[in-house]
Each structure stands twice: as C-alpha cells, then as structure tokens.
Design a protein around this ligand. Structure first.
Ligand code: VG1
Ligand code: CO
Length: 556
C-alpha cells in the first residue's frame, strides 16, 4: 500500500483526562485534530507494540464515529499496523473492546466514545486507547502522547479506500487488512464462562419476577437483545431505548437518578418491576434498582463482593478487592470480614489493571456507577447487571411459584445489617467557571496544609486531611493530587475533586460519607442522614462563594 506523508502542526489542548481525550465534536472535526492525536499515539508506542500488529477498533455509535473510524484505520495502516478488527457499524462497547483485545491477543485497541457525555453535532466526542491486556493506557503512555501532540509535524496516512463497516468479513490491502467483526460474540462468549446463564434464565422466566433494562439509546442496546432476550429469555419489551442512536435520542447517556429518571420512575411506580438496570454511552457503567429501591454503586460492589458464591467465575475464590478513593468504605468492611487483600486507588479504571494483572484483584468498583472484575480490564455494565441477577436468582432458586421472593432491597438491607451501612452521596456541580473551581481546590489545599488531627469541624473531629497520593504497589509509579479529603475520627469523610472527563468548564464533585453500625438507624434516607455533613462540606469549602452555585446539578 502507498503511504503518504502529510505535514501537520501541533494543536494545543490534546491532554487526556480521567478516561481518554474528550472534547466537543466540533473541536474533533477541525482539520487534523483527531489525526494528530492518533499519529502522536503511534509516535509514543514502541514499534514492537504495533508494527505488523493487531489492533481493535469500536465505539458507542455516537455522531462522528463513522468518519473517525476511517481516519484511524488509514493512520494505523500508514504506521505499519498489520490488521484491525472493527466492530460492525463501528460498534463495540468499552468492555467488549477489552474482551476482544484479550481474546484475540491484540496489541491494543481504540474506543470511540465520550462515555456518559451527550452526543450529536453540538455535543461531545472522545477517544480512549487500551493496552494489550485490555486496560486503559497508563499515564506514562498518555503523558507521552500529549508530549508528542506538542511537537508533531508529520502524519503517515495510507492510501486505502474507506472500508465498508456494514458487513462482517475481511478486506485486504496488500499486507494490511481490516476485519469487520460481530460486536457481541466474543464478549458474550466470555460472559457465558463467568455466569451461570441457566440460573439467570430461570429467574428471568419466572412470572413473579419482572425485569427492565434501559439502554438509554446507547451502545448496550446492541448487546441487550442478544444477551437478555435471546440468551436469557427476558421478554422483548423488557428492553427500553434499545436502539443505539448517534445522539442517544437527545439524552444524556448517564445511568443515574437524574439522567435515567424515566427508569427510576418506572421502578418507583406502584406495581413496578422487581429489577431495573441501565447503562451509559459506552456500556461500562451500570445503575441497579429494585422495586422502589436504589442501590448506590458503593453498596453494589460491596454486595457483589460479599455474594460471589452466586457467580461460577469466582468458584476458586476471590483474590482481592479494590475501590477508588471517593467510593464509600462499604467494600472495605467486606474485605475485612472475608480477610481479603484490599486496595484504594485514585479515580479512573486505569489504576485497577496492574493489580489484576499481578493476580491481586478480583472485584472492584467506583462510586460513579462503575463495577467490574478481572474477567476484563474495564468496568462492565452488563457484567454488573448479570452479577446482580445471579445473586437474586441464587437466593430464590428454590422458591415455589407464589412464595415471596428475596428482593433487591432485602439483599441490600441484609448486607447493611451484617456489615453496617455506609451512607453515601455525591454532589456534582457541572460546567462551573474553571477559575472559581480551581481557586476552591487551592483554598482547600491550603486548609489541608494547616490542618492537624483533633481539629474540630462542628461535631466532627478531624483524623487527617490530605490531597490523595497513590503509589502503585505493582510498578511503584506515583500519582498525586487525586482529591482533597477530610477524614474524621468516626470514619466520616468529605472529599472534593474536579472532574477529568468534562468537555467544557469545570465540574466540581463533592463526596460525602458516614458510617452507621446500628440497624435501627439504617432506614433513613441518605440525604437526611448526611445533612449535617453535607452542610459542613459546603461551608468548609466556601463552595457557593467560589462557584456561585446554590444547588448541585446532579445528586447521587
Ligand atoms: C468520572 C468518574 C470516574 C470514572 C470516569 C470514567 O471521572 O468520576 O469514576 O472512572 O468518569 O467513566 P471524573 O474525572 O469525571 O470524575 V466513563 O464511563 O465516563 O469513561
Ligand atoms: Co462509560
């Protein structure tokens, strides 16, 4: 094939955040914007990691993915990649990309997605790169890519025609080839080895159990019917918003109490279903709901970790548990009780991969609706739904028709009774002015530097305050400034971070947590139980002064 060398100039601002590079679509559509970043990536990888190698490419179906796929294919070929596996119509969820990379022993892969950010001509686009074990590229690589975007001068683009992504099959161009693959089969095959599909099928076919999955017009729509309906016997009408759309049907494909309100309303209505779940743009997040009951993601991972006997994948035991720093301590209590190794990492899935590769970690999660295990190296929305269905199915497998089933809320309340309840809430203030948000964090860092154990904050006594630093126990790499936290002597915590996934302004996140051992106090609404701590969080940070915001955009 003929490879053209095209001159280009550096473009500012191509630094990746918590999860890949995310910008408004219009930014990505500027001449050479995407091409520069992709070329900078190849310039950053050792040649043996891609020359004549195999890469995977897919995305969440959002606006601009089709054009972007053709650009990426041509630059990959121009840089000597041997073969690219592309999901049909450019579709592959983030967990599916991770699964395909691992199964096909690829050198890495691209996910074209801005995840939970909205899509369409006026909204967001994004790109993530994953490494050979299927995990998001570590900061050492993303920093290098950023460095190279600042000095780039040449694009290597292969002269090949656009590839038809609508049909499964191989197209060869000299020693480069593109294979369009079914987006579901490798991923589904893996899940069938993880879960007992017969057990789940038994639950989903019960007349006294009603299930609903909201794909939010995002990528898991492509997986929901083949998995829940065709394999597991759920009824077709149990899938809502099941067709992936370029703009997610004008929605915000983020499965939380605000953006998945329709699903929440269905579960909280009289005679609503017994189990509800939703997933985000790229299929790596999940929200789990029972009848009139919301499972916080922090509780969800703890419950899964405490109930692995329902999941065949864990039959030889669990190697360890981990959570991101702002995620509640519910998981810590499970690790303690089950005597399992436990890790606390910064926000973002990329920090779990090393622990998994080293054989130290089986189940992990984030408070941001991310849950997963070492079956792949990404969080996995459908995995979480199947894990919960397995737990409910396992608890009810001997129940006769007419007998009352153990419900989602029964399982969570039992869990609280055993381990205590970690009340948790997150307040998001989206699209604030960056200046005010940055100043607020600086202000908090200043308080931290002057703080000492024993300081009084209302009725709370400080144990310590810091800006979280993480040393990876596997490779020794250190990341700092990962979130300002105030930890009190009763275990309560207030944490402040700025989001690294937005595409405009700054999003301030405030995380509030308080532990309650007494069952008699578990039935309180989280917002009420946490009210004093929330007020404290807002006053200590002078949040209203710095951001000008009276109310958060999203409360979880
Ligand atoms: C957010 C979440 C974080 C998650 C990340 C990517 O990051 O807080 O826990 O790993 O999104 O999720 P931030 O920096 O905005 O807080 V996904 O599903 O959007 O790729
Ligand atoms: Co996502």
């Amino acid at each position: 094939i003929k490879i053209n060398s095209i001159p280009t100039k550096p473009i500012e601002g191509q630094k990746t955040g918590t999860s890949g590079l995310r910008k408004k679509v219009k930014v990505f559509m500027q001449e050479n914007y995407l091409a520069n970043w992709i070329q900078a990536l190849f310039n950053s990888l050792p040649p043996e990691d891609y020359k004549n190698g195999l890469l995977v490419l897919g995305g969440d179906g959002r606006y601009f993915n089709r054009e972007a796929a053709q650009i990426i294919i041509k630059i990959a070929a121009g840089n000597g990649v041997g073969k690219i596996l592309v999901g049909k119509e450019g579709i592959l969820s983030t967990p599916a990309v991770s699964a395909v990379i691992r199964k096909q022993k690829a050198n890495g892969g691209f996910v074209m997605s801005a995840s939970h950010n909205p899509g369409g001509p006026e909204y967001d686009w994004g790109i993530k790169f994953n490494y050979s074990s299927g995990q998001p590229a570590p900061e050492s690589i993303t920093d290098k890519i950023y460095g190279n975007t600042l000095s780039i001068s040449e694009l290597k683009i292969a002269e090949v025609p656009d590839v038809d992504l609508s049909k499964v099959g191989v197209t060869k161009f000299g020693n480069f080839s593109v294979e369009v693959i079914d987006p579901v089969s490798d991923y589904l095959e893996l899940l069938e080895t993880v879960f007992d599909f017969q057990l789940i099928k038994g639950l989903l076919s019960r007349p006294d159990f009603r299930f609903i999955f909201d794909a939010m017009h995002a990528v898991s729509g492509a997986y929901a019917k083949p998995i829940f309906v065709d394999k597991l016997g759920a009824s077709l009408d149990s899938i809502s918003n099941g067709i992936p759309l370029e703009d997610f049907g004008h929605g915000h494909p983020d499965p939380n109490l605000t953006y998945a309100k329709d699903l929440v309303n269905i579960l909280y209505a009289e005679n609503g279903p017994d189990f509800g779940a939703a997933s985000d743009g790229d299929g790596d997040r999940n929200m789990i709901l029972g009848k009139s009951f919301f499972v916080t993601p922090s509780d969800s991972v703890a419950v899964i970790a405490a109930n692995t006997e329902a999941i065949p994948y864990f039959k030889d035991g669990v190697k360890g548990l981990a959570r991101s720093m702002p995620t509640s301590g519910a998981l810590d209590r499970v690790a303690e009780k089950l005597n399992l190794p436990f890790f606390e990492v910064p926000t973002g899935w990329k920090f779990f991969g090393n622990l998994m590769d080293a054989g130290n970690l089986s189940v992990c999660g984030e408070e941001s609706f991310g849950t997963g295990s070492d079956h792949i190296r990404e969080k996995d929305g459908i995995w979480a739904v199947l894990a919960w269905l397995s737990i409910i199915a396992h608890r009810n497998k001997d129940k006769k028709p007419g007998e009352k089933l153990v419900s989602v809320s029964d399982v969570v309340k039992e869990h609280w009774a055993t381990y205590g309840r970690n009340f948790f809430s997150r307040y998001d203030y989206e699209e604030c002015e960056s200046e005010g948000a940055n100043k607020m964090i600086e202000y908090l860092r200043d308080i931290v530097s002057k703080s000492k154990a024993g300081d009084k904050y209302g009725s709370y006594v400080l144990q310590f305050a810091d800006d979280f630093t993480y040393t990876d126990p596997v490779d020794g790499s250190v990341v700092s400034k990962q979130g300002v936290r105030f930890v009190f002597t009763d275990g309560s915590r207030i944490i402040y971070r700025l989001s690294g996934t937005g595409s405009a302004g700054a999003t301030v996140r405030v995380y509030i947590e308080q532990f309650e051992p007494h069952v008699s106090k578990h039935d309180v609404e989280a917002q009420i139980a946490l009210k004093p701590l929330i007020d404290l969080a807002i006053s200590v940070s002078k949040l209203k002064d710095f951001t000008g915001r009276e109310q958060p955009t999203v409360i979880t």
